[in-house]
Design a protein. Structure first.
Ligand SMILES: [Zn+2]
Length: 574
């Protein structure tokens, strides 16, 4: 019987995809790196609050590899930011309607670098967002455009590479454009989950999430005991899966997932293209509560009512299935990677009408309120108020709110909702400022999580009220930051500076609110310094502005609450 299950494990989407790939004209791109391509991240991979918008290409754990234009085109945007993609280049390719994006760069080529530096000095800002005219910075296919780096929110040296459809700005899977990656390895299915969709649905006699480990590999994946799952009622499913490629240890995202029950497609999705404005739906796609508690992501089959993600295929039953006949059902998960390596998990479900057909559900208490996702909710009391906008929740949820009096913070700790419930839009929270002997501009709100340091949130202060927007439920309290940032000189230069010093390097740090801004001056003129928050490093790359003889240097670093520190030095350049 079990072998017959595997036999029926058919797979629909893959043939469909081959067809759609052939129907599009996709140019073969020049590789963006000279070294062999290995992926440490795939397109659509599940990340914190977003789907990965490109591929991450390994750079042998070092910076400085040559980054090459993948096709003829022109530089249409240059973005430099202390977070996100760090130093990023956008190249528009008019002949194909595509834009390629290169992120976390260490530096640009000479021509682009000089263009950027002139703009930075004109704007007096390290962070810039530039849109050069089409004829200004033209590039050829295979031309050196930059060196790879680790700038912005990068967890180690690599190249983030993206392909966008220029008119729609949708991001597309770069692997569909002829990049050569060696991958003969099938995806791995780690675990599956089964969820009751209401209180008369059961898995192994219980009305709660059931998780099973998965044994085997490739087409031979199976539930460990090979026993059928006893079920009843309307259920949805979840899968924990990843992909690996040859000669590299990274656990990457898979390309497609499909779940069949008998001959019905319960779930299908494929990582082909999506828009940036739908990336937050990831928190509705995954079992968000389980992820918050266990840091493991299950891709759920159930589509929440307010989830508009476009990565789903046609799914007649929005991802759940009714097991209401006393018989055997056959389930089959099929997972593929972009190279067409397929893994399957066939399993048997036996529907058995339970003796008690409704589970005891938790009794609603006075402290909880049922919030309709389509309507939102507002609450006001003496010391605080908040509002959840309409369509901020993916489905109706029962929420709690309470406050705790204590002395560590300058206000009560106010707790709203449940951190295990995702939000698609920010909630607005207002806290009345208590009587304090502190200037209001030093106040901020922090979000509090067990055992973790308080996280500062951006606030607005008006008429004795401190307000903020946040997209995470949790606990909040008022704190104050009256301490200025610290400035530490890292390459000690004294009264004289020799030619061997090519960088003036500082470490800057602020304890609570964080670095807000900095300004450096050399001989009373604004000086470009690069800032990397993850290493707390601020540096000036010595150039012609540092002249022989006497120089004065001044650095002012201000935190987000307006506390400032100043560093001054006068020295002789030999
Ligand atoms: Zn990336």
């Amino acid at each position: 019987m079990k072998h017959i299950v595997a036999f029926f494990c058919v797979f629909y989407i893959f043939s469909g995809l081959v067809f759609s790939q052939q129907s599009l004209i996709k140019p073969d791109l020049h590789p963006p790196l000279e070294i062999p391509l290995y992926l440490s991240g795939t397109f659509g991979e599940l990340r914190s609050d977003h789907f990965h918008a490109g591929v991450d290409l390994r750079t042998q754990t070092v910076e400085g590899h040559k980054v090459l234009a993948v096709d003829d085109g022109y530089v249409s945007r240059i973005a430099i930011s202390t977070g996100g993609y760090g130093k990023a280049l956008y190249i528009t390719h008019p002949s194909t309607g595509l834009t390629s994006v290169y992120g976390h760069l260490q530096r640009f080529n000479k021509e682009i670098g000089e263009y950027v530096k002139a703009k930075q000095y004109a704007l007096q800002s390290f962070q810039v967002n530039l849109f050069p005219e089409a004829a200004r910075l033209v590039v050829k296919k295979g031309e050196l455009i930059a060196l790879s780096g680790n700038t912005g929110s990068s967890g180690g040296p690599h190249l983030h590479f993206e392909i966008r459809d220029t008119p729609s700005q949708q991001i597309m899977n770069p692997l569909s454009f002829g990049l050569k990656i060696k991958d003969y390895i099938r995806p791995k299915i780690v675990e599956i989950a089964v969820y009751p969709e209401n209180d008369s649905a059961f898995i192994l006699g219980e009305n709660k999430r059931y998780i099973s480990s998965v044994a085997g590999w490739g087409e031979q994946h199976r539930l460990p005991a090979n026993e059928p799952l006893t079920v009843w009622g309307e259920l949805s499913f979840g899968i924990n899966t990843y992909d690996t490629h040859n000669d590299t240890p990274n656990k990457n995202g898979v390309y497609s997932i499909e779940l069949m029950i008998d001959s019905t497609i319960v779930f299908s999705m494929a990582m082909d293209r999506f828009s940036f404005d739908e990336t937050l739906y990831i928190n509705s796609l995954i079992d968000y509560g389980y992820y918050i508690q266990n840091n493991t992501r299950f891709i759920r089959t159930k589509i929440d009512p307010l989830n508009k993600l476009s990565l789903y295929g046609d799914m007649p039953h929005t991802g759940s299935y009714s097991f209401m006949e006393e018989r055997e059902y056959t389930g089959c998960y099929t997972v593929t990677d972009h190279h067409g390596n397929i893994s399957k998990l066939p399993f048997t479900l036996v529907a058995q009408k339970p003796l008690i057909d409704t589970a005891d559900t938790e009794v609603a208490t006075d402290s909880t309120v049922l919030v309709q996702a389509s309507e939102g909710y507002s609450y006001k009391e003496q010391s605080f108020s908040y509002s959840i906008p309409a369509r901020a929740l993916y489905k109706d949820e029962r929420l709690t709110q309470y406050k705790i009096r204590q002395n560590t913070y300058l206000s009560d700790v106010i707790c709203i909702g449940d951190e295990k419930i995702p939000l698609h839009k920010a909630i607005q929270l207002h806290i009345n400022i208590p009587e304090l002997s502190l200037p209001e501009e030093k106040l901020l709100v922090v979000s509090l999580k067990n055992d973790k340091p308080p996280v500062p949130l951006g606030v607005k202060i008006e008429n004795g009220t401190i307000s903020l927007k946040t997209r995470k439920f949790g606990c909040f309290a008022i704190m104050a930051d009256t301490l200025p940032p610290q400035i530490r000189q890292k390459n000690a230069f004294q009264d004289t500076l020799t030619d061997s010093v090519t960088l003036l390097r500082f470490e800057i740090e602020d304890e609570l609110s964080g670095i807000g801004s900095y300004r450096a001056e050399l001989n009373d003129n604004w000086l470009l310094m690069e800032y990397d928050p993850k290493t707390k490093t601020l540096f000036y790359e010595v150039d012609e502005r540092l002249t022989k003889g006497k120089n004065t240097f001044k650095l002012i670093v201000t935190d987000k609450q307006g506390n400032a520190s100043v560093f001054r030095k006068t020295f002789i350049k030999l």
